[in-house]
Design a protein around this ligand. Structure first.
Ligand code: ATP
Length: 342
């Protein structure tokens, strides 16, 4: 079973420059899968290396199962890491690669053999034990890397963009595999990714990091329904922002007085609504608008709307075809509007 992982005020500075991580605090519950999400260079790998013990933080504490591990060597942390590249030993068979950690621990041979077999079975690679890594596809190599990580039954499983080099359909299959392994093994897992969709599919909770700072740590739905800031909303694909002033149960905006189902903080606010939540119909919170652009994206069509000097984006199913230059009535459903402090 996985252990509880806590990071408390962890900061890291490589040189004299801006810190790569600043005051990162988060707790991962035993058996939970947390996605560490953020754009390239935001500090995700730095955080994972600190958890693994490959890097000592400039300040702050890391606790596993309630005990500080900052001074503990990587091999004594019972954490297993999988990297973007499989990093298998080329001169060893698949089985010997998977059994490497057990040999290091001087586990009895019979026991090792059965654990290696079991780990290969779990990643559906039991027929490949005697192959050399170079005789495997990229996806198969990454399965072996996962088996090698799982074989010692780690308390923490740390995955650093493990599928980013694979093609889209294989990536989807591997995500399914990680979810199954997670459910079966109950490992506490931290999964680093810059791919918002991957984080949403996999994670119990997402820790979103920009510039080394934690922006929001919540379950995936919250990033769509209740983003903490405009930047968070934008990272998750929200493109509509409407300035307004909240009071008396509604928000006064250039589009009229809009009612929200959720509470808005009093004073100046920015309302956000996702393109797919905008409706083309009359009713509460509706207004007339002009269609100014259309972009066909395969599964959706994105339309640009303009009204009262404001531009909005609407995403509709591809069978709805509207012409640029037409007037429509658009509605912003109260339950889909969310108010950010301006
Ligand atoms: P990516 O998704 O591109 O791998 P990341 O979010 O994992 O990025 P990190 O690799 O943690 O980001 O890097 C965070 C910051 O620290 C970056 O600005 C990077 O340039 C810097 N950095 C990383 N490693 C070192 C190092 N060894 N020496 C100096 N600076 C470093």
């Amino acid at each position: 079973m996985g252990a509880r992982l806590e990071l408390e005020n962890v900061s890291h500075r490589y040189g004299g420059d801006a810190p790569a991580l600043e005051d990162l605090s988060l707790a991962v519950e035993p058996g939970e899968l947390v996605a560490l999400l953020g754009p390239s260079g935001c500090g995700k790998t730095t955080a994972l290396k600190i958890i693994a013990g490959l890097l000592r933080p400039s300040s702050g504490d890391v606790r596993v199962g309630g005990r500080s591990v900052v001074g503990t060597a990587p091999e004594r942390r019972e954490a297993a890491m999988v990297f973007q590249k499989p990093l298998l030993f080329p001169h060893m068979s698949v089985a010997r690669n998977v059994g490497f950690g057990l040999r290091m621990r001087k586990a009895p041979r019979k026991e090792s053999e059965s654990k290696v077999h079991e780990a290969l079975r779990r990643v559906r690679m039991e027929g490949f034990a005697d192959r050399a890594p170079e005789e495997l596809s990229g996806g198969q190599q990454q399965r072996v890397a996962l088996a090698r990580a799982l074989v010692t039954d780690p308390r923490l499983l740390l995955l650093d963009e493990p599928f980013s080099a694979l093609d889209a359909s294989l990536r989807e299959e591997m995500r399914g595999l990680v979810l199954r392994l997670q459910r079966e093994g109950g490992h506490t897992t931290v999964f680093v990714t810059h791919d918002q969709e991957e984080a949403v599919v996999l994670a119990d909770r997402i820790a979103l990091v920009f510039d080394g700072r934690l922006q929001m740590y919540e379950e995936p739905e919250a990033f769509y329904d209740r983003p903490a800031t405009r930047e968070v909303a934008r990272f998750f694909g929200a493109t509509n922002f409407i300035e307004g002033r909240a009071g008396n149960g509604s928000v006064r905006t250039p589009l009229g007085n809009l009612r929200l189902a959720s509470a808005a903080p009093p004073g100046d606010v920015t309302l956000t609504i996702r393109p797919e939540a905008v409706r083309l119909e009359a009713g509460e919170n509706s207004f007339d608008a002009l269609i100014t652009s259309a972009a066909y994206l395969g599964t959706q069509v994105h339309y640009g709307l303009e009204t009262s000097g404001k531009s909005l984006r609407v995403a509709l199913p591809p069978h709805v075809r509207l012409a640029v230059g037409n007037e429509v009535t658009a509605r912003l459903p109260a339950e889909s509007l969310w108010a950010l402090r301006a």
